[in-house]
Design a protein around this ligand. Sequence first.
Ligand code: HEM
Length: 528
Amino acid sequence: MNVSTKILSAFLMMLTLEPIHALVLFSSLVFIKCLQWKNSRQLPLPPGPRKLPILGNLLDIPRKGFIWLEYGEMCRKHNYPPEPLGNSIIVLDSAQAVSDLLEKRSSLYSSRPSTVMFGELMGWGITFVLRPYDELWKAQRRIFTHAIPPSDTKRFHSKQITATHDLLRVLAHSDNIMKDLHQWAAVFIMDVAYGIQGKEAVSFLKTAIEASQSIAIAGTPGAFLVDHIPILKYVPEWFPGADFKRKAREWNLLRVKMTEDTFRLTKERMAAGTATPSLASVALEQMDLTKDIRQQEELIKATSLSAYSGSINSPYSGRGLGAFILAMLMNPDVQVEAQRELDKVLAPGDLPTFSLKSDLPYISAIVREVLRYQPVAPVGFPHLSTKEDVYKGYLIPKGSIIMPNVWSILHNEKDYPDPDQFNPSRYLDANGKIDASVKDPTGPAFGFGRRACPGKDVALASLWIGVASILACYSIEPEVDQYGNLMERKGEWYSGPSVVNHPLPFKCRFISRSKEVETSLNFVGKFL
Ligand code: HEM
């Protein structure tokens, strides 16, 4: 209820009182409300760059380079403990501020900013990743967690093992690791979301990958002026400078194709009795037949698309594994240590299984360090405040965009000494077991409060089995030049502008560690 509705309802209540009592009560209420309103207006806004008339802080939004570093730098420059920056975009640069606002006050901070380009013009606003904190968001999130319950982590284990063995075959002959990982992961997620596998999944790939690229571009804050000046959405496509309208139309077509073709195939498979379990098929089976079927199907369609799009652009899109492979190339000692641990528990020719997890703490530590060292979503996903709030004496206006600077949280010296070193041992105690006193970076890496990633368990399990299996099967070595000399170990990171962090294409060799594994997976690898 806003101030005017509260005053109106108090006024209606007062119609039942004596006129003089009603007048006193009414005046007191108005007085108190005015006082509260004045007080909150008198509070300072969070520190940040000076705002320009009309444009506000539009020109301060980092548009190139690693935006998480830029935001962190701006927060340090404005030098204040809660680390908010500006008032239309508030950057939370510490774990404390994120926990205080996005978690403890999550009822106020669980919405999403509406993006005209991405949400409206490209049509992605139907997915719950982007929905405001409303009934449709709740309904889709419920469908997701019923179909993929966090308590039932084993549901996708067999799909994850099969997909990982496929990946091992792909890596044996890959000459473009990042591209192959991206495609392989898109196929796997299609299986989880729709139960579409193998060659059939590959036939959907082109659309899915193009759509994921458009998401990465349009999802970057400040990428399109229309997000800041929404009236521009009415500009016709032919108008000079309105190229964004053409892009939006083409990108929207990709979304429609991606949504409809996949969902139709799952339904056909179910009708023929050949569907394998997936988010879409389980949710369709769980429908309440006494309620509106069409409406429920539309919700399931949007939920499956959310899962697909939420993950295809995430680390799981192969970027997490890409970051891992690059980290192994750059840190051969870590690789050797991990292989020592694997060789202790695996017989020759065996590949890891989930049942070995408690025997492989160093592998679990590598997964944590990959997600910390180069988080894939270094500025998280933006949240939106739905009510005016006060934090540490600052006013946080309703409608502020809240950006958690995950990078700063996961690179702070206090929790992670020497944060720019890739060092999985930081998570282990003196006995080589996971040390519970070291902060688990998978919390911040997967988001906060009510919007935290619902695919976290699927993603973590997939990363774990991927890391364990790749290291069991291969040594990751530098490329050799035409004269047979080892090339320099090197890798670079995409410098944006983007909210997604990933390595640029890099070269390495996957050297097979075991003839027995090759035979069991039926591929011929490269040996030194
Ligand atoms: C390593 C892999 C992944 C990482 C690091 C990751 C990270 C994230 C992050 C940071 C968010 C935003 C949370 C927030 O707003 O605070 C998110 C949201 C989401 N993720 Fe993931 N994700 C991963 C994999 C997946 C997978 C495999 C799926 C689906 C099976 C998935 C589905 C989603 C969905 C649907 C949302 C939107 C939640 C909402 O807005 O309520 N993610 N993820």
